[in-house]
Design a protein around this ligand. Sequence first.
Ligand code: ZN
Ligand code: ZN
Length: 374
Amino acid sequence: MRAAQATGATALLVTHGPDVRYLSGFTGSSGAIALLGGRATLFTDGRYAEQARAEAAGARVVIDKRPPGVQAVEWLASCGVTRCAFDAGLTTVAELEAMKRALPGLVRRGFFQPTDGLVARLRQIKDEDEVVRLRRAAALGCELFATVLEYLTSSATETQVAAQLEFMARLAGVEGMSFETIVASGERSALPHGRATSARLPAQGFVTLDFGVVLDGYCSDMTRTVHLGRATEREWEVYHSVLEAQQAAIAAVAAGVRCADVDEAARSVLRSAGLEKEFAHSTGHGVGLEIHEGPRVAAGQQQILEPGMVITIEPGAYLAGAAGSGRSHEGRSRSRGVQRATKGFGVRIEDMVLVTSSGCEVLTAASPKDWTEL
Ligand code: ZN
Ligand code: ZN
């Protein structure tokens, strides 16, 4: 609220679902919170009357047919508020217009004070209860990955693998997946965000699984890359460069460290391995009620890590195909060394970590990252 007051506002309007949930506990899809004089009032509609009263125990609950944001600003104006902070980045032009129309003409001008990410900044630092939930979501992700390994065979399609994973997640009691499960196999592993397709897993090649579950409102996010069949020397090398980069970034995480420096810890390893251009995304992101939250762990990000932040560390390398022949990483001593043109492939390894004052705790540590040939 202090940050909202800096704009000259005496009230704060919150309409973004995850922010509403964070502040009140209300999980319905239609709600707005007005913060005034240190008290929260939750506005929603009749569909959510009982749910709102049960979930948002600490807030006054108002039920009405009109859009919750409209209800909230009308009520604020009736309380004599003339300046109200709102999140401009999370409000559509149409929503803002509808809320303006609900205000008396005299109040309308200057009423809305744009701010950016006020609640999002609070949400970056997880309290103990949130850490417990994130830890449980991350642990479940690790269990699911261990169980889905047996389905990674060349007779399965990517969508079947995703379906199996999601089915087991549902049985384990998740609310849903954090995002559309990524199963990218063979040459498709070179696509950083390859959604599962009807393609069959290859007899030889990488499979990247990037997925997360939502448990008790909180998201997990992890990636593992395994190899089916015998790998080429190049595949083996690239995997280990990515692993080394990932471990270097995890080692760099601690309270007081700039996000840019964590990113650089991963990037410098891949640079010395000649893979800088092949790592074309950022190193990580915050995770919590939403799958992508602050802070951004990327080049140039000056934000300082603080205890209680939960971030991902997920470097990768994605290589386009090339003509030529690969050799088994076990070398010439093995007579069945693999001879084939280098197809495109990619590797990504992702963990969730909790920032602590002295370093970090890897929340997905139960899932091994050692080289795996199935
Ligand atoms: Zn991920
Ligand atoms: Zn991620």
